[in-house]
Design a protein around this ligand. Structure first.
Ligand code: MG
Length: 336
């Protein structure tokens, strides 16, 4: 590669753009659909029901323990598709890059994207790159969109949580948000913690294979577990009761939250899910999750109750009960 920095010319659509695409992007995501290089990717699918999702990533810093903006952007869209019971298939990647951005760092980001896509078994089939003048964007922003097919008979939706359902959380909370925050604040001295960014689609497939009683799934990203639970309570018109001492959290993460005055219930996760499942199937599904590398710390953290529709309550460690509201205000900007 001739340049070690991204130039405005790389976004011109001309020669430099073509060489950026052919030297960097095509090798990174190599597959026959992308290689066609038409204005659209052309996809053959055998299914009637498709899920489509999009998300934009502006995390600061770009690189953090456990991942970088690249794998975060792939996993995030893969997970949003999986939360609807879809099998993610194809992704698009749109990048807005600031003039002067390091070519080597772009390469590292692309490598992480490729590794994440491989792990999730999805293909990046189309994309776009824009370069904006120095100072008009911060380093790099990434949008990913994805489509997946929904198998016959699957109806997983935030509207489907039933009274009596158990609420399963797939692992420890707040790891991603606290990792990014401590990096940003230079609080890296004590930190073994790392982002939990991960593709959850294979675990979801295993869960669905075990039971037809998965009613709702959600990945508690921005706004955390507290906000996701409120979304489901509102969408399904049910009350949700959770137990503080059942919620998995790493000691170090909980310590940092305490120190900085953050409630871990509202901190972003990037490799966790909440599942609302029929009571009879809960143990079986929990066992399946625990057998997966991304669900080893899964736990039943609560249940859907008949009173107070639209509200979330938590039985605290000291035995009281408090309302868990939706996150208000922006606690941690540019966390994902
Ligand atoms: Mg989501």
């Amino acid at each position: 590669m001739k340049n070690d920095k991204i130039l405005l010319d790389h976004g011109s659509g001309g020669k430099a753009t073509h060489s950026l695409v052919s030297d960097l992007f095509l090798p990174a995501f190599e597959n026959p659909i992308l290689a066609e290089l038409n204005d659209s990717a052309i996809l053959d699918t055998e299914t009637k029901r498709l899920a489509l999702s999009t998300d934009t990533y502006v995390v600061d810093p770009l690189f953090f323990p456990g991942g970088n903006i690249g794998d975060l952007a792939i996993n995030g869209t893969v997970n949003d598709l999986a939360m609807c019971g879809a099998t993610p298939l194809y992704l698009s990647v749109g990048m807005i890059i600031e003039e002067g951005f390091s070519m080597a760092e772009l390469q590292r980001i692309l490598e992480a994207m490729k590794a994440a896509a491989d792990k999730a078994h999805v293909l990046v089939v189309t994309g776009d790159t824009k370069v904006v003048p120095r100072g008009t964007a911060d380093k790099v922003f990434i949008n990913t969109s994805g489509i997946g097919f929904i198998p016959e008979g699957i109806d997983i939706s935030g509207h489907n949580a039933h009274r009596g359902d158990k609420v399963i959380l797939s692992g420890t909370i707040a790891d991603h948000g606290i990792t990014v925050l401590t990096q940003r604040e230079g609080m890296t001295f004590q930190s073994q913690i790392q982002s939990d960014t991960a593709p959850l689609n294979h675990m979801v497939r295993e869960m669905m294979g075990k039971s037809g009683q998965i009613h709702a799934l959600r990945d508690p990203t921005r706004g955390g577990v507290g906000t996701s639970l409120n979304e489901i309570a509102t969408q399904s018109g049910v009350g949700i009761k959770i137990y503080e001492d059942a919620i998995p959290i790493q000691e170090q993460v909980s310590g940092i939250c305490e120190l900085l005055g953050f409630d871990p219930l509202y901190i972003a996760n990037e490799g966790k899910l909440l599942a609302f499942v029929g009571t009879d199937a809960a143990d079986k599904i929990l066992e399946t999750m625990r057998a997966n590398e991304y669900g080893m710390d899964a736990a039943i953290i609560g249940e859907v109750v008949s009173d107070s529709p639209g509200k979330v309550f938590m039985r605290t460690r000291i035995g009281g009960t408090r309302i868990v509201d939706m996150l208000t205000g922006e606690q941690l900007p540019r966390i994902c």
